[in-house]
Design a protein. Structure first.
Length: 289
């Protein structure tokens, strides 16, 4: 029976884009079959009068079926208003027969926010798979084994498999937390350095620095120079300190590791206050938005 639910907009419910990846087919999911109610990513392989056949991307291309009434809202709409061959979409599992390995899906039962979240996650997964595939070829380790031995461990820790490639750009300590074999860890670092671009974080602060002694100007210059050097040693990749108008100076730090950058800003602010007092002056520091 065909549902008579309100008309859906094909523009708002039709997933955008096609994945043209030529990656080897692997099982990303940890189970051999999806569970009832699970959201899955699938690529439409065939459309018939009564529904669509879909290859489940996370389950090594396992075939599933989407009945027509789980795609279109009324008899007066066509399946191709929503899906076409080659399109990647989000579906909900509505029937699983493990013995016969039969899976039925619904396209209509997926909410817009679920669809958006799943597709974003899938884009990150595809990025991770491409990088893991490079590592697979570099080290001669089967991609499926890398996914099972490393990818799933990364997913548990970071929430998805791409997280480790972003993390190693921000911090050299990221890999040590996961106990990944050294040869794979080194390959992850190399691949990430070549193919991953993590935006830099920017922190700003205001320094008020006064020294009215005979060597006051030189003292202030030395303190600011020491602050800049300390910030770099503590993990800031870029540091700017310039005069707004004495006694006020602005400091800007940029880097890819937010935690290290925060720590650097805190330590530098303490250094400035301490060194100003040592030289007979005074200083204060405040953060800027």
């Amino acid at each position: 029976m065909i549902s008579s639910s309100p008309k859906m907009s094909s523009d708002s419910h039709r997933d955008k884009g096609r994945d043209k990846s030529s990656l080897p087919q692997v099982r990303i999911a940890r189970r051999d079959m999806p569970e009832l109610g699970e959201l899955v990513i699938g690529t439409v392989s065939k459309i018939t009068e009564h529904g669509a056949y879909v290859r489940l991307d996370e389950y090594n291309g396992m075939e599933a079926y989407v009945p027509v009434n789980e795609i279109v809202p009324t008899l007066f709409r066509d399946i191709t208003d929503y899906l076409d061959v080659g399109r990647k979409a989000v579906f909900k599992v509505i029937r699983v027969e493990r013995g016969r390995r039969l899976i039925d899906l619904s396209y209509r039962k997926v909410r817009d926010e679920e669809r958006e979240k799943m597709l974003l996650r899938w884009k990150r997964t595809v990025k991770a798979l491409r990088l893991f595939n490079m590592i697979s070829q570099k080290l001669g380790i089967p991609l499926q084994k890398l996914i099972e031995d490393v990818g799933w461990r990364v997913e548990d820790y970071y929430g998805d498999m791409y997280g480790i490639f972003e993390a190693v750009i921000r911090s050299d300590e990221a890999l040590g937390k996961l106990g990944i074999p050294e040869n794979i860890a080194n390959a992850i670092k190399e691949v990430a350095a070549q193919h991953v671009d993590v935006p830099k974080v920017e922190l700003k602060g205001m320094i008020r620095l006064i020294n009215i002694g005979p060597n006051g100007v030189e003292s202030i210059r030395n303190i600011l120079s020491a602050a800049r050097s300390a910030a770099v040693k503590l993990g800031a990749e870029e540091v700017e300190i310039y005069t707004i108008g004495p006694p006020r100076y602005k400091v800007i730090m940029r880097g890819r590791d937010p935690k290290r950058l925060e720590a650097a800003m805190e330590e530098v602010s303490k250094l400035i206050v301490v060194e100003a007092k040592k030289s007979g002056g005074e200083a204060s520091f405040s953060r800027l938005d």
